[in-house]
Structure formats: C-alpha cells, structure tokens
Design a protein around this ligand. Structure first.
Ligand SMILES: Cc1cc2nc3c(=O)[nH]c(=O)nc-3n(C[C@H](O)[C@H](O)[C@H](O)COP(=O)(O)OP(=O)(O)OC[C@H]3O[C@@H](n4cnc5c(N)ncnc54)[C@H](O)[C@@H]3O)c2cc1C
Length: 394
C-alpha cells in the first residue's frame, strides 16, 4: 500500500466517481457533459411540447473569454454540486438571475464543518516511515463527541505543508500576535520550524490527525464580496452568533500533543488559525430538509419547496455534524431519495408547472451569449481605431 489515496492514484486503482457511479450511469444511457458549469435553472411554466419543466443553462468552463452557453430542457433536475456549488447556484437563481425566486429563505443557513480540525505531527527524525500503508486505516473516539483519524500521505505528496505552521508559533489572540510568535518560533526553534515547513521527506515523517466532532455548531453562506472573493461577488461565510464553529478543537489538541511526544515530533496546525478561522474537508448543509419552506429548502424526498421536479442530492442536505467522514452518509441519503423517483416505465407524465401569480419570467437562450462579449467589444473598438490611426499617420 502506497498511502497515496488522498491525492489521486498513481496506480489507477482508486475507486473514484468516474469508475463507479458515472461509469454505471453511462451504461444505463446517461450522457455525461464534461466541463459544464451550470449558471442558471429556469422553470418552464405552462404546457411544453416535450413536457419539460426546467431549462438548465450551462457554460463551457474551458472557453477562455467568451464562454459558450447551452440550455438543456428536462422534466426533472437533480442538483448535486456539493455544498459550495449547490448553495452558490441556488442563491444566484433566487437573488440574482431571479429564475427561482420562491426558494426558501433558509437557503445557505445551517452550514456545518463537521466541527473539525486538520492538524498533525511531523517527526524530527526519519527512523519510522509513516508513508507506508493504507492512507486511512484507523479511527478512534476520544470522548462521546470527538473522533480522530490518522491519515498518511505518499512520498512526494507534501504540498499541503505550505498551509501548516508549528503549533507553538500560534500564541496570542490577534493576527499580529500570531505573526510575531511565528517569527519568534522560527528564530528560537529553527529546526522544528523547518521540519514542518521545508525539510525533505515530509510525507515519510508526517501523520495528519483529522479531528471530527458531532457537536452542533454552524455558520451560514451568502453571496457577497470580500478579500477572499477579490472584490467580486461570490460565496462568503458568516459565523453563527449563538453556535459558532470553534477554530480550535481542544480535545484534538490533547491527542496532537501526546502523539507528538510519542513519535518525537513537532505538532502543527493549519495557517487558518492565524486568522482565527476554522478549516474543514467536510462541509455539510445549507439546503436543509424541513416540513415546509419556512424551516427547510427541500422536503423529506429532497424535492425543493415550490419547485416540483427540482431536487437536491448532495452534502448540502446533511442535517448535522456527523463526526465521521461523510461520503457514505451522502451516498446513502442520495440513494434513498433517488429510490423514491419512479422508474421510467412506471412514471406518469408530470403536470406542467403553474406560474405563480405576479412572477416575472426569465427567458433562456442557446449558443454564445453576445451580451457577455459586449464589454470586451466596447473596449476593443477604440483600441483598434487608435492603432489604425497611428499606422496610417506613419
Ligand atoms: C482532501 C479531501 C479528502 C476527503 N476524504 C474523504 C474521505 O476519506 N472519506 C469521506 O467520506 N469523505 C472525504 N472527503 C469529503 C468528501 O469528498 C465530500 O464530503 C463529498 O465528496 C461531497 O459530496 P457531494 O456530492 O456533496 O459534492 P462533490 O463530491 O464535491 O461533488 C460536487 C460536484 O459538482 C461540481 N459542481 C459544482 N458546482 C457546479 C456547477 N455550477 N455546475 C456543474 N458542476 C458543478 C463539482 O465540480 C463537483 O464535481 C474528503 C474531502 C476532501 C476535500
């Protein structure tokens, strides 16, 4: 076992989505459209010749400037873009393109991080090779709510260290204090600092400890501008005022320090702690299941309130911090929701969508979007004229 499952597979042996679900879906007649970024979902109100109820507009992500747009028509649409993709897309549809204005106001709330922390230990010597073995082979509960999973990486897979700092560098309560202590730690214990950040054989000497909790804490996602979106409109997070996600998981710290002692290693934490921000590899929630649109975005069958035939099936419907890795739960809940959609042979033709009173319609369109090219063309015209003028003058 090479320990490389976390960062793709050098032996083409990893059982990834394109080898299981997507492969099987294609066998059953599904068509996979790659490089497609969905930008809008538009309801089609009233009877349609093909009984379609929605138009899904996507653009080709590999087009550099003028991104070609294509519109697909469908009776049912299942959004599975992950928390960040699904919440972002649906917020855009509700508040910006206004194609789905009746989406629940709960959209983007109750987003969870699995209450986790990615921390670890890098040994000071290379006496023991931690990179050999299955990437994740154990998982233990420290108390009723906290579990820890040691994770190994394969030799050469050490880019992640660029996001880490020795634990003792992080003292004080402000960013300035953290930065000062980071410099001080580098000067006082340069070998420890370099062991975490620079010296060779990081993967061989390193163990990541993934700490996860079932505790209930949360944040929300909304569309806005921040430093991280470089001033452009994008997804931004907001801390929950009553149950904020902690930056530091104290129980994890205890495990970290005793592990470091055992292997003569340097404890490290993520640089996110410099800014007092939690990190996660397991973001969950944002499209909660509820009894009605006032307390959820989707119903118990994952169908979106006010939009029959539109479903959400991904981590955004997970209703709690699981305290363990979430893929199997996401898969189980998705399989359950999909099992409630009738098979094609048994399906009845769905009733057309009724346009709610007073709603303004948004029209869809195929092919290249000339409006997107307009600002660029406007910039090109005076530039071209200027250069032509210069050339003729000469
Ligand atoms: C480094 C790392 C390691 C992990 N290891 C484990 C593990 O060992 N075990 C475990 O259980 N979990 C693990 N996870 C978590 C797990 O990968 C996720 O929880 C899970 O993949 C989420 O599934 P999902 O279907 O919600 O979204 P995703 O798997 O993220 O799928 C969403 C897809 O939608 C696409 N998309 C997004 N927006 C759009 C759009 N607008 N148009 C078109 N497509 C779009 C994305 O490109 C993506 O392909 C790990 C996560 C990370 C980051």
């Amino acid at each position: 076992h090479c320990g490389g499952c976390m960062v793709g597979c050098r032996h083409n042996a990893k059982n990834t989505l394109d080898k299981n679900y997507l492969y099987l879906a294609e066998k059953w007649g599904a068509e996979v459209r790659a490089e497609a970024n969905v930008r809008d979902i538009r309801p089609l109100y009233g009877p349609q010749p093909d009984q379609a109820r929605y138009e899904v507009v996507y653009e080709k992500i590999t087009d550099l400037v003028f991104k070609r747009q294509t519109a697909l028509r469908a009776r049912h649409v299942i959004v599975s873009a992950g928390v960040l993709g699904t919440v972002n897309l649906l917020l855009q549809c509700r508040d910006e393109t206004k194609s789905l204005p009746l989406l629940s106001r709960r959209l983007g709330y109750m987003v969870r991080s699995n209450s986790e922390a990615l921390i670890g230990v890098t040994a000071r010597t290379d006496e023991q090779d931690f990179s050999q073995g299955v990437a994740i082979s154990s998982h233990f509960w420290v108390d009723d709510v906290t579990s820890v999973e040691p994770v190994r990486f394969s030799p050469g897979s050490s880019f992640m260290r660029n996001l880490m700092l020795p634990l003792d560098a992080l003292q004080g309560n402000s960013l300035l204090a953290h930065l000062g202590h980071t410099v001080l730690a580098g000067v006082k214990r340069p070998f420890d600092f370099l062991t975490v950040r620079l010296l060779p054989k990081w993967a061989e000497k390193n163990t990541v400890l993934l700490v996860m909790q079932t505790l209930d804490n949360r944040m929300s996602l909304r569309r806005g501008r921040s430093l991280w979106t470089l001033g452009k409109k994008g997804l931004v997070t907001e801390r929950d005022p009553n149950q904020p996600i902690p930056t530091v998981v104290e129980t994890g710290r205890k495990v970290l320090n005793s592990f470091a002692e055992k292997v003569n290693g340097v404890s490290w934490v993520g640089m996110n702690e410099l800014m007092n921000k939690p990190n996660t590899a397991h973001i969950l929630g944002g499209c909660g299941i509820g009894g009605n649109e006032a307390n959820g975005v989707v119903d118990i069958n994952h169908e979106v309130f006010n939009y029959p035939g539109l479903f959400v099936a991904d981590a955004s419907v997970i209703p709690a911090n699981l305290g363990v890795n979430p893929s199997l739960t996401i898969t189980a809940m998705t399989e359950r929701a999909m099992s409630r959609i009738p098979k094609q042979a048994e399906a009845v033709t769905p009733a057309p969508l009724q346009k709610p009173e007073g709603l303004e319609l948004v029209q869809g369109g195929n092919g290249r979007s000339p409006m997107k090219a307009f600002p660029f063309l406007l910039a090109f015209v005076p530039l071209t004229l200027f250069f032509l003028f210069k050339a003729f003058k000469r």
